[in-house]
Design a protein. Structure first.
Length: 373
């Protein structure tokens, strides 16, 4: 936005914008963000904040078509672009292309589907698919090649894969001597993967290579919807699931991974940002006796919602389809299947939320640059 006028005070620069709104920029903030304090190539901060006076004094400010020149009592001169000041007004978060508004859904939700070819070959199509996946937490990619790494190729179009104790990729098949229920034919109740990890994997990619057996439908539910409904219906239960950390543990012959975390994690604004729910990996509850009965009631209240059909959708994935979902939001499960009636094989991998967000920001910059060119 265009700068209309400036008012200089020793401790503040008051910027009046063209729309007649004003913004106060503290002098210490202006000095801290002088471009001269950044490395010219990496743009990392080099300025030692303690090298400045506690209260730097602003003496002058002059605006031109592109920015503001600032003069300080210690003789330092800064130049800050108008666009920088507009984007970074105190009290206002800068626009983040990776900050996608969540769309909460229940059983009536129609899962969005996208053909794989545009995702792999066009940045705009990739961006659209990623934005919908971030908003809904769940999409399906169709028309994948009949090869094991076809889904991995899509995941790596975003960024590098997350390695876990199950490997960089994993096969969801019925196999002997399993170390996880996913590698059996039994039904899997709704859950999130690896809540025992300090940071559970972000987006999961499950590519269906074969699904010929009787049964084996894939179940999905929006964990945020269940949490928000619980908040409305039973605030005490919601608060306990937010505030009491419980043990989640996976252990076999090669790994013993334990963490204490709450089932529901809230963001700074009080919004739900993460669900950790996996009844098979929940450890022995060891909270104080005086809150244990109330906690069990709260935990069972959320569990009841995971069994409620008003939240759940069922998909019978076909060969060549891949479901992509936010593992820290979307609960997933599976109906039991009969391995004697046909082969069922899904190939999976993860890309963390941070890498997903990074790709959205890079795509936004690339697309914006192409518009200017």
């Amino acid at each position: 936005m265009t700068i209309h006028d400036l008012t200089v005070r020793a401790d503040t620069l008051v910027v009046a914008w063209a729309d007649m709104t004003t913004t106060d920029f503290p002098t210490i903030w202006l000095r801290d963000n002088c471009p001269s304090g950044l490395h010219p190539q990496t743009h990392e901060r080099l300025l030692d904040l303690l090298s400045l006076e506690d209260a730097p004094i602003l003496l002058s400010a002059r605006v031109d078509d592109n920015g503001v020149q600032l003069g300080y009592a210690d003789g330092h001169i800064s130049y800050l672009p108008s666009s920088f000041l507009s984007r970074h007004r105190p009290g206002q978060r800068a626009v983040d292309p990776a900050e996608i508004e969540t769309r909460i859904w229940r059983s009536e939700h129609d899962v969005a589907r996208f053909p794989v070819s545009p995702i792999m070959n066009d940045d705009t199509a990739l961006t659209t698919w990623m934005q919908v996946t971030a908003a809904d937490g769940l999409t399906i990619v169709e028309e994948l090649d009949d090869r094991t790494d076809a889904g991995v190729d899509v995941a790596e179009r975003i960024d590098f894969l997350r390695k876990t104790n199950f490997g960089t990729t994993f096969e969801v098949i019925n196999k002997p001597n399993p170390n996880n229920l996913a590698y059996t034919s039994v039904a899997l109740p709704l859950h999130t993967d690896l809540p025992n990890q300090e940071v559970p994997p972000g987006y999961q990619f499950l590519h269906c290579l074969a699904n010929e057996a009787t049964g084996g439908g894939s179940l999905f539910a929006d964990g945020f919807a269940m949490a928000e409904d619980l908040r409305v219906e039973d605030q005490e239960a919601f608060d306990l699931l937010c505030n009491v950390a419980i043990p989640f543990r996976f252990h076999d012959g090669d790994a013993d991974i334990l963490v204490y975390k709450p089932v529901i994690t809230l963001g700074a604004a009080g919004n739900v940002i993460e669900i950790r729910y996996n009844a098979h990996l929940a450890g022995v509850f060891d909270m104080p006796t005086d809150i244990m009965p109330a906690y069990y009631r709260a935990y069972r209240s959320y569990m009841i919602k995971t069994r409620d059909t008003k939240y759940r959708i069922t998909l019978k994935l076909k060969a060549g389809e891949m479901v992509v979902f936010d593992n820290r939001r979307i609960l997933h499960g599976r109906d039991s299947f009969d391995p004697s009636t046909g082969f069922r094989h899904l190939h999976g991998c993860y890309v963390d939320r941070g890498e997903f967000a990074s790709r959205l920001r890079l795509l936004s910059r690339k697309i914006d640059a192409a518009k200017v060119a």
